[in-house]
Design a protein around this ligand. Structure first.
Ligand code: HEM
Length: 399
């Protein structure tokens, strides 16, 4: 096998998709502020990634050359949606909208333990004994989509359709390869947005206990219907895609162990800490893209204004300068804060909710009376740059 070197870094290479960690290590050791001939910078050390995440000179707005740049708002739904999302806004536009959404989201999600436990138990019951089961499609997607639909206020019957729209929605976060795909993305976003707008109208007339009712009742003229609808779509997409991948990445680590780690059977705090160690090792988001607003110096290198910079969260999470024995799964250790949820003003808004969801899913799947899950040795990772998501997680379900 060829040795990984910093100059061989190619994020789309199938070998890198399968196992990016040797090349991340080479980058940290040899070229921590790496210029890649494909046209981007890659930052790989924890200290630098953390500093950049907190540095306002690194913009979240779509690149000037992107199809979804603000100049195309009236031309493409995708550009209009993207520019309404907190994920693609910079301060000061980002600040108030994010604070308003976060306040309502946290209030609505902080007491959902019983609901998530019940949904996890129900999703477990559908796994057929004696058979081979794909935990991505047969457990993680149904569980995460029902959970986020309940929180946001989509009827339960909508869950499969919302899961499909959410999967399309994620295309906003990576390069769009061709015109046909962009066309399909616009169609899908138009349908998803209309569905949310219809639901907002219903909740305005007759509120229920859900986040959409909370949001429409608290709109004070500073936020538009489209801004609310588009950020609801963002929450739905993150609530399904990221939860599904976070959960199955944790499961894939646990199912590889000779013995299930003790904290899995401990207090909520113990399980939650275990979840964090899994997310550190197998971070669903490998890097976050930024555009420099002005020229920036890092470790003696000059990154010019308007450059694409990828902040290597997953590489930072394996940085030996910060995490002792960084490649090892150490569920009993107290580790420094990992960067799987980012940091700074854009830090993941759903991090508390997803920890709770994964804790309940693991408890249901590894309960004493639950069937035993035996994983296949090989894991298939989705070929989507920047994402470490399992395509399938096949297990045998034994009594
Ligand atoms: C294990 C699961 C998850 C991971 C690994 C994850 C990761 C991240 C990361 C790295 C960011 C920062 C992006 C940046 O710096 O630009 C982020 C932002 C965000 N996440 Fe998550 N996320 C997860 C689950 C969720 C869930 C469950 C929700 C909500 C239902 C959510 C909602 C958001 C939102 C709305 C943002 C944008 C925040 C902003 O730009 O101000 N995430 N997430």
């Amino acid at each position: 096998m060829q040795e990984s070197t910093a100059s061989s870094f190619e994020p789309n290479d199938p070998a890198t998709i399968d196992d990016p960690f040797p090349v991340y290590k080479a980058l940290r050791d040899q070229d921590p502020v790496h210029w890649n001939p494909k046209g981007f910078w890659f930052i790989s050390r924890y200290e630098d990634v953390l500093a950049c995440l907190k540095d306002a000179r690194f913009s979240n707005q779509p690149a000037p050359f992107a199809l979804v740049h603000a100049r195309n708002r009236s031309k493409f739904v995708a550009a209009d949606v993207a520019n309404n999302l907190i994920a693609f806004k910079d301060a000061p536009d980002h600040t108030e909208l994010r604070a308003w959404l976060a306040r309502n989201f946290v209030r609505r999600t902080q007491n959902q333990q019983d609901r998530f436990a019940a949904l996890a138990a129900a999703s477990c019951k559908t796994l057929s004994l004696g058979g081979n089961v794909d935990l991505v499609s047969e457990f993680a997607i149904p569980f995460s989509s029902r959970a986020i639909c309940a929180v946001l206020g989509f009827p339960e019957a909508d869950a499969p359709r919302v899961a499909e729209w959410s999967n399309d929605f994620f295309r906003l976060f990576h390069a769009i390869p061709d015109g046909d795909e962009f066309h399909r993305l616009n169609d899908s976003l138009r349908a998803f947005r209309q569905h949310v707008l219809d639901l907002m109208a219903l909740r305005r007339a007759a509120p229920i206990e859900d986040l959409i009712s909370d949001l429409v009742s608290k709109m004070d003229g500073s936020v538009s219907d489209h801004e609310v609808a588009d950020n609801v779509m963002l929450l739905a997409a993150d609530g399904i895609g990221n939860v599904q991948s976070g959960l199955t990445n944790c499961l894939s680590i646990l199912l590889q162990q000779d013995r299930l780690p003790e904290p899995l059977f401990g207090s909520t705090k113990d399980v939650s800490k275990l979840v964090d160690e899994c997310l550190r090792l197998e971070s669903p988001g490998q890097y976050q893209g930024r555009i420099t607003k002005e020229s920036v110096q890092i470790r003696g290198k000059t990154i010019r204004a308007r450059s694409i910079v990828l902040l290597g969260l997953a590489s930072a999470n394996r940085d030996e300068a910060v995490f002792e024995n960084a490649d090892a799964f150490r569920p009993l250790d107290t580790r420094p804060q990992h960067l799987a949820f980012g940091a700074g003003s854009h830090m993941c808004l759903g991090n508390a909710m997803v920890r709770t969801e994964i804790v309940h899913a693991l408890r249901a799947l590894f309960a004493e009376d639950a069937p035993r899950l035996v994983a296949q040795p090989h894991r298939h990772w989705l070929a989507r740059p920047g994402h470490r998501w399992l395509e399938k997680l096949d297990v045998e379900v034994l009594a």
